[in-house]
Every structure is written in C-alpha cells, then in structure tokens.
Write a protein that binds this ligand. Structure first.
Ligand code: S3P
Length: 185
C-alpha cells in the first residue's frame, strides 16, 4: 500500500512533532503534520479556528487534511490528537503503518498543563484529560498497528521504539532505503 512510511497518532503534547521530525531525519524522508497543513491553508491558528468557527468546522478541515496527506505524502506524518474521532478518518487509516504514542494522564498534565494554545484543555486540565483519554484510547488503539508508551522516555528513545515496532530499522552498515523510499535510477 502506498502512502506514509509512518503515521503518528496520540494525544496532544505526547511529542508527535518532535518524534516525527526525528524519525523523518533517521529515515531520510520528509515530515508532515496535518495541524500545520490546516494552519497554512487557513492562514490562522488552530485556536482561532476553534473560537471563530467551532470544533465541528475544525474537524471537517482536519478530515480533508488527513485524506490529502495520507494520499500524497510518503514520509512521516503526524495527525492532530483528535483526528481519530472521525470514523471516515479511522477507515482511511486501515492498512497504514499507524503508531499510537501513548502517555498516562499524570504525564499529560505535566507536559501540557494549562496550555491555552490547546483550546480543548483551557479549563480543569486533569479532569478534561481523563475524560478525553477515556473516550479516545479505544480509537487510537483501533487504528494503530503498534502502541509505543512515551512515559519517562526521551524523544530519541521513543523514535527508536517506533522504528523497532514497525521493523524499519536498518542493520548497521546497510544503506538500503526503507520500503517505498527506493530511488528509481
Ligand atoms: C486537538 C489536538 C491538537 C489540534 C487541536 C485539537 C485534539 O493537535 O489538532 O487543538 O482534539 O486533541 P496536537 O495533538 O498536534 O496538539
């Protein structure tokens, strides 16, 4: 199946962008992020989209952004934390190398806390995190080929675990590009 080499899903603040960029570097491929695609296309922040037009409108933009990125990107792709709420998006991800980066609620509150740039957590972050994760955990698990826990791990360790989980690591000295990245001469 053509498409991204790795798709990262998981809650906001889990490190999808940091780990995704590291993975792209290690795999010698490009990095793409659907949140960034939406911000670039709309010319405004995600917080502004939520405030101006509401979450449903953002989710519609996100559904289209994910469809486009899964069809057109062959490198590492990160999805916004709530992208998996959409049934069509979950269906679209079937068969793709999706990795769920997980973290527990204590770690989430520590990492993201009261970050108001993330509109879903503006009030009572601990309770909202628990509710958010209870609702989303089964959906992340449903779409994922592998789950990588990030608690207590630095991004490099998480990236290693993702490569191992998807069996994308090259033996030392082997310069064969990963599947899908071969150059045609
Ligand atoms: C959201 C996560 C955010 C962003 C938006 C909504 C969510 O993405 O898409 O604020 O519903 O979890 P990140 O996971 O990249 O922070």
């Amino acid at each position: 199946m053509s498409g991204p080499l790795v798709v990262l899903v998981g809650p906001m603040g889990v490190g999808k962008s940091t780990v995704g960029e590291l993975l792209a570097e290690r795999l010698g491929t490009g990095y793409r992020d659907t949140d960034a695609d939406i911000v670039a296309a709309e010319g405004r922040t995600i917080a502004d989209i939520f405030v101006d037009d509401g979450e449903d409108h953002f989710r519609a933009l996100e559904r289209a952004a994910v469809r486009e990125a899964v069809a057109g990107h062959t490198g590492v792709l990160s999805l916004g934390g709530g992208a998996i709420l959409d049934p069509a998006t979950r269906e679209l991800l079937a068969g793709h190398p999706v990795v769920y980066l997980s973290m527990d609620v204590d770690e989430a509150v520590k990492r993201v806390g009261l970050n108001t740039a993330r509109p879903l957590l503006a009030v009572n972050p601990r309770r909202q995190w628990r509710e958010l994760m209870d609702a989303r955990r089964p959906l992340y698990t449903e779409v994922a080929r592998a789950v990588v826990a990030t608690d207590g791990r630095i991004p490099e360790e998480v990236a290693d675990a993702v490569l191992d989980a998807l069996e994308l690591r090259l033996p030392a000295g082997d310069t064969t590009p990963p599947p899908g990245q071969e150059k045609t001469v």
